[in-house]
Design a protein around this ligand. Sequence first.
Ligand SMILES: CC(C)(COP(=O)(O)OP(=O)(O)OC[C@H]1O[C@@H](n2cnc3c(N)ncnc32)[C@H](O)[C@@H]1OP(=O)(O)O)[C@@H](O)C(=O)NCCC(=O)NCCS
Length: 171
Amino acid sequence: MPKVKLKDGRAVLVRRFEMGDKESLVDMYASLSDEALRWAMPPYTREIIERWLSNIQNLIVLVAVYDGKIVGHAQILKYAHARRKGTGDLIIYLHQDFHNVGLGTAMLRKLVEVAAAEGMHRLGLHVIADSERAVHLYEKLGFQKEGIMQASYLGEDGKYRDEVVMGLLLP
Ligand SMILES: CC(C)(COP(=O)(O)OP(=O)(O)OC[C@H]1O[C@@H](n2cnc3c(N)ncnc32)[C@H](O)[C@@H]1OP(=O)(O)O)[C@@H](O)C(=O)NCCC(=O)NCCS
């Protein structure tokens, strides 16, 4: 698979996750800065990551690899219920050394492409309204704002924030 060239010149491999990547994924989450986790739902412990991976049959997982380490993780959890066939929810986290240089765009484009190729028809996500870079990225990829969950997320400053529900219908 060709590497993705980032805006700062670094070349990163974006590929499907393999079970042998688990320790590197745990390490990436353990090394995320407070800023990277500002609008997230920490902690992302080994236990949480192993719980995700125990459901691997319902996941599409991409990782970004630089210098032998995982520096980005994007995944779709496909809903297993027959009434939710073809739908799933998406998350993405990048190591702080790789923010704002185009990696999120590249990973999400690839993830949407894989989801479409696997016959999915709807991707959804939740994002904190203040997470402006993430909202911009999702809108750039074609996700639409579908609703607001008012004051549903307690920020680290003790103030409640709105959460935006977004969705993308695949062709
Ligand atoms: C959110 C995240 C996935 C975005 O990925 P990224 O690689 O940093 O984003 P990219 O560089 O591909 O694109 C960022 C875009 O947002 C724009 N942007 C940057 N800061 C912005 C801001 N404060 N407001 C609006 N747009 C902003 C950039 O200009 C760029 O847009 P463009 O491509 O149209 O020029 C990544 O920063 C991240 O992992 N953050 C921490 C975890 C997180 O918040 N995850 C999402 C939880 S829902």
